[in-house]
Design a protein around this ligand. Structure first.
Ligand SMILES: [Ca+2]
Length: 238
């Protein structure tokens, strides 16, 4: 059984903030490179995350914009390791860099992964956004939703405006799809660098909204691949 899914007000993790941290055990979460519009030079950060034993992790990519290769070599590099440290084998078949608007989903072989990002001393870009989620193979239990691709994810991840299945099936057939024409739904605000949103199905935390960054919203809305912030299981431990 998955761990309790307790909040829809989202605090994404940023590699600039959680550099070389273990993010703990989650049902789902979202990781971005930086709280700023671009990542920093000279970063060398990993972030590990786990899901409950018996589950694997699917990673769905939104934005992925790193520096292009120089003379055929990635100078800003992203890798996903198949376990709880950077000494584990890399899941992606080659180092990831450049702009990749349709980066394929990745899955882990176990219940943890470690994201590792390195940037060189010049050339910064918007970086990446990853939604990661616990999944297992059927039969799904009553607390789970069965994706069209056969993965069981937590039922609360259905119709929350975030693609967790990797095939969009958890966001198909939701009752109020007409409310949003964007893949990620309606972004509602950026408060102190943190996206706050009101889940469509749950009603939730719309009252938590305060200030609003039009500039950031416009920037994100122009990015068709933008995913909504993903739910996290609990407060982070720094
Ligand atoms: Ca979802």
């Amino acid at each position: 059984m998955l761990l309790f899914y307790n909040d829809y007000v989202i605090v994404p993790d940023y590699m600039t903030v959680k550099c070389n941290k273990d993010l703990g055990t989650r049902i789902s979460g979202r990781l971005e490179t930086s709280t700023s519009l671009t990542y920093d030079n000279d970063m060398d950060c990993y972030a590990s995350v786990s899901v409950e034993t018996g589950y694997n992790i699917i990673m769905v990519y939104g934005r992925f914009e790193l520096e292009d290769k120089v003379l055929g070599v990635c100078t800003d590099i992203f890798n996903v390791h198949d376990g709880s440290s950077t000494s584990e084998v890399v899941i992606n078949t080659e180092p990831l860099c450049g702009t990749q608007p349709e980066l394929k989903n990745m899955t882990s072989s176990g219940n943890s992964v470690t994201f590792h990002f390195v940037s060189d001393s010049n050339g910064v870009f918007r970086g990446f956004e990853i939604v990661y989620s616990a999944y297992r193979l059927p039969p799904c239990d009553s607390t789970e939703f069965e994706c069209s691709n056969g993965m069981c994810i937590h039922a609360d991840l259905r119709c929350d405006d975030i693609q967790h299945c990797g095939d969009k099936s958890d966001e198909i057939g939701c009752t109020d799809d007409a409310e949003s024409d964007a893949p990620g739904g309606v972004n509602t605000g950026l408060v102190a660098g943190v996206w706050i949103f009101a889940p469509r199905a749950q009603g939730g935390h719309a009252g938590a909204l305060s200030t609003f960054s039009q500039e950031r919203k416009k920037d994100l809305e122009e990015d068709a691949s933008f995913h909504r912030p993903a739910p996290v299981m609990s407060e982070d431990e720094d």
